[in-house]
Design a binder for this molecule. Structure first.
Ligand SMILES: [Zn+2]
Length: 451
């Protein structure tokens, strides 16, 4: 059996939609019946004149649904949410949700096995949705879908031999740029909030300049900023994913620029990197690669074909693991199959993960410098021997850490300077237009314009 573990589906066309529409149709039909039930039930309680008006509006009181309602008034629950859909609340655990839905531990385990390379279910974000699909006769879980955001859904599907495989459904998207700018009053944070930036976006903006600007001491009244912010859009609207394409701070006579290059790193207008280059390897010394990055690997434990989203280095338990770049610890986890693990969010579009550790030596939210010791390697989770599983993600997609074009130099490479300079010119023009516009209005408030 060949698994399709990572495919890109254009939603809205083809078989996927057809498959997905069918159960929805049933749900819609059920909802109509439920509504009609309530409607009919209400009739019995409302004054005759009002009731008769309502009845004539829908045709006849002896419609099949109305009859059903009279016979089964207990069905009248118009507000009942779809029992197979669940919106994650703060404090939820996956095992708790599975128990509530009546699925056993073995099913949960099979799902977590399928999630080992994604770890998408290991951190449940409030507001995201889980959808369950049961087998019509057995009642077994056939499919669990995690709606990460409107542009990304992960499906965990039961296979013929009762395992689960994941498939990511990524909607085609485009990125829309908006320009924001304003004089700074009080703090950069307050002024950026005023033009509509989120806490996360402001935090990222501050991190971009953390080597060059002290946001407590360097900001004076009359300073100003401009930001080009890109939003990911799909057919149903924004996914909530944003990235800073460019940012400019005017601090007195000093101007600080940052431009996102196509390698995922930020550089100033001369092409100098704003952060220190990455290390290629997360440890000192050299260790044998026991398993390479491979989207179709035969798994050594399960014997199944599944993606391997990282590179494995065979090393004795207790080897010191180093962060390959400056960053902030975004996860410290303990997964039944990935074992103890750490995720670090780096500046720009990079994340790294370190799995099967024997000991985590950092806390979530901790600032990390390139080369810092973060953990000891181990053999925890589902593992055939002591090793480090190391992942590098660019733009939230795993890439081969040994081959990826990561910024290991301190400036934009010479052969990429022409492309970089062109991009700087475009973003610079957008920020200048924005500034002129604001100056002419002389109103320090929210502003945005597409470019
Ligand atoms: Zn591995």
């Amino acid at each position: 059996m060949v698994s399709t573990s990572r495919t890109f589906i254009e939603v809205g066309r083809g078989l996927t939609t057809a498959k997905r529409t069918f159960p929805r149709f049933h749900l819609a039909a059920a909802a109509i019946v439920a509504t009609s039930c309530v409607y009919a039930y209400t009739i019995s309680l409302t004054p005759p004149s009002e009731a008769s008006t309502e009845i004539s509006a829908t045709g006849t009181v002896s419609s099949p649904s109305a009859l059903v309602a009279w016979q089964l008034p207990v069905l009248a629950e118009p507000q009942a949410a779809d029992p197979m859909e669940y919106e994650i609340q703060a404090g939820d655990t996956l095992s708790g949700i599975f128990t509530d839905k009546g699925f056993d531990h073995a099913t949960l385990n099979a799902i977590l096995t399928a999630d080992e390379e994604l770890l998408a279910l290991d951190v449940l974000r409030p507001g995201t949705t889980l959808r369950f699909e049961r087998g019509p006769e057995s009642g077994d879980l056939l499919e669990l879908s995690l709606v990460v955001h409107p542009g990304r859904t992960i499906h965990y599907r039961r296979t013929i031999d009762d395992h689960f495989e994941f498939e990511e459904e990524i909607k085609p998207s485009h990125w829309h740029d908006d320009v924001f700018g304003a004089p700074i009053h009080g703090s950069f944070y307050a002024s950026a909030r005023e033009v509509g930036l989120s806490d996360g976006e402001i935090f990222r903006a501050q991190r971009i300049f953390e080597e060059r600007v002290n946001f407590r001491r360097d900001i004076r009244a009359g300073d100003r900023f401009e930001i080009v912010l890109s939003r990911e859009m799909v057919d149903v609207g924004a996914t909530g994913q944003t990235r800073i394409e460019a940012i400019r701070l005017r601090l007195g006579n000093r101007i600080q620029n940052a431009f996102l290059h196509e390698d995922g790193n930020y550089y100033d207008d001369r092409g100098e990197s704003l952060s220190r280059a990455f290390l290629r390897y997360p440890m000192q010394g050299s260790y044998r690669v026991s398993s390479h990055f491979n989207l179709r690997r035969l798994h050594p434990v399960t014997g199944r074909i599944a993606p391997h989203h990282g590179v494995d280095f065979a090393m004795p338990t207790g080897t010191s693991i180093l962060s390959i770049g400056d960053g902030i610890v975004s996860r410290v986890g303990n997964h039944p199959f990935a074992g103890k693990y750490i995720e670090i969010d780096h500046l720009g579009q990079f994340k790294t993960r370190y799995l099967h550790l024997s000991r985590n030596d950092v806390k979530r939210g901790q600032r990390i410098s390139r080369g810092d010791h973060v953990a000891l390697s181990g053999n925890t989770g589902r593992s055939t021997g002591p090793h480090l599983h190391f992942e590098l993600h660019v733009n939230n997609r795993p890439v081969d850490p040994l081959k990826a074009d990561i910024p290991t130099a301190s400036r934009v490479p010479e052969e990429e300077m022409a492309v970089f300079t062109q991009r700087v010119a475009t973003l610079d023009a957008a920020m200048r237009v924005n500034q002129t516009h604001l100056a002419s209005r002389s109103v320090p408030k929210a502003n945005s314009g597409g470019i």
